[in-house]
Design a protein around this ligand. Structure first.
Ligand code: FAD
Length: 329
């Protein structure tokens, strides 16, 4: 059996951020991920300046594609609201592998199935043993399912469903576009260009409200791509895939004994834009900090709103969830 001080399940942004902080403090860390990196992660790949700052990323030294937008176009009911901003796009395939490698932690390809407690330690699949355990395995994280599900049951009204496809495309418009609530979609669609000829197209909405609306996410996808074909994206062929995750609701417990959950495993995506990378990074760092310094692990510094919680955030939150998020909280 292999032993370590801290075992992290999942090498996405939550797990690699925790690993990075722990390694910098000299901890003996091991990351287990069921996938071999670089691995495909369905995601638009939009990241905020806070992510860059939290992870002390030197943009100039990043070896892959990194595009900075100075404008986002927010579309509502045919209106185009161009908003000045500084936001970035990356390809998750590249970004996640780079973060994980940069953390300096050893990584083993292993799908975690069974977790049990044994004399103040955690035993994983009878192969690994650790004093601390961080669950960063995304929506279906086995640490969440084994140790936290009863404490934090998923709020189905906060579940999002998505479809996306990242394609090689010689885009002309270098800005990010978001279309909100088109054709009754309880969510939004996006166009996110990447450096050097890549483009991510996607759509996401609240699962329960979509089901009730009678129009599936695939039908919304058809409407979106037909619209893009008439202007922004001509002659593209798509093969979209989907993934589901949870917006931030009531999270009763993120620590239990020496076990922690972070990122999508805890359901921390923002309620207004369903942004998950920033909350994953912040929570991963905070869980690591709790182990390193004994600080309390809390989510107070993990934002629940991409637009900062002001009027725009509250309106979007309401329109996406129609009060469900507030009820769950
Ligand atoms: C279509 C789509 C678009 C999105 N766009 C954006 C965006 O533009 N910006 C943004 O901020 N957020 C976006 N999000 C949300 C964001 O992708 C997630 O919130 C973020 O990836 C969460 O990071 P994480 O580290 O918690 O989980 P993940 O990135 O999902 O990483 C979890 C890791 O755990 C591993 N794992 C899972 N189960 C096991 C197991 N049993 N054993 C071992 N390993 C396991 C997985 O292989 C994976 O590598 C989007 C999500 C989707 C679905």
């Amino acid at each position: 059996m292999r032993s370590c001080e801290v075992l992290i399940v999942g090498g996405g942004p939550a797990g690699s951020s925790a690993a990075w902080r722990l390694r910098r403090a000299g901890c003996d860390v091991l990351v287990l991920d069921q996938a071999r990196f670089p691995r495909l992660k369905l995601c638009a790949g939009w990241i905020t300046p806070e992510v860059v700052r939290d992870l002390k990323i030197d943009i100039g030294a990043y070896p892959h594609r990194f595009l900075t937008f100075d404008r986002m176009h927010l579309h509502f009911k045919g209106l185009d609201l161009p908003v000045r901003c500084v936001q970035h796009s990356i390809r998750r395939l590249e970004f996640d592998a780079w973060l994980l490698e940069r953390s300096g932690a050893p990584v083993i390809e292993h799908c975690v199935r069974r977790i049990r407690e044994d004399g103040g330690a955690y035993v994983i699949d009878e192969q690994f043993r650790a004093r601390y355990l961080i669950g960063a395995g995304g929506t279906r994280c086995p640490v969440y399912r084994t140790l936290f599900r009863e404490l934090n049951p998923r709020a189905t009204e906060l579940q999002t469903v998505t479809l996306e496809h990242e394609i090689e495309y010689d885009w002309r418009d270098p800005h990010c576009h978001l279309w909100f609530f088109e054709h009754g979609l309880p969510g939004y669609a996006w166009y996110v260009p990447k450096q050097n000829g890549w483009l991510n197209i996607g759509i996401g909405g609240m699962a329960e409200r979509l089901k009730r609306s009678g129009r599936s996410i695939h039908e919304h996808w058809g409407l979106l791509t037909a619209k893009l074909a008439r202007g922004l994206v001509r002659g593209a062929h798509y093969d979209p895939a989907g993934y589901s995750y949870y917006l931030r609701g009531r999270v009763e417990a993120v620590r239990r004994g020496n076990a922690f959950i972070a990122g999508d495993a805890a359901g921390l995506a923002t309620r207004d834009l369903a942004e998950g990378i920033g909350p994953a990074v912040r929570s991963g760092l905070a869980a690591a900090e709790a182990i390193v310094s004994g600080a309390e692990y809390r989510l107070t510094e993990v934002t629940g709103a991409s637009f900062g919680g002001g009027m725009a955030s509250r309106l979007l939150d309401w329109a996406m969830t129609r009060g469900a998020a507030r009820d769950a909280a």
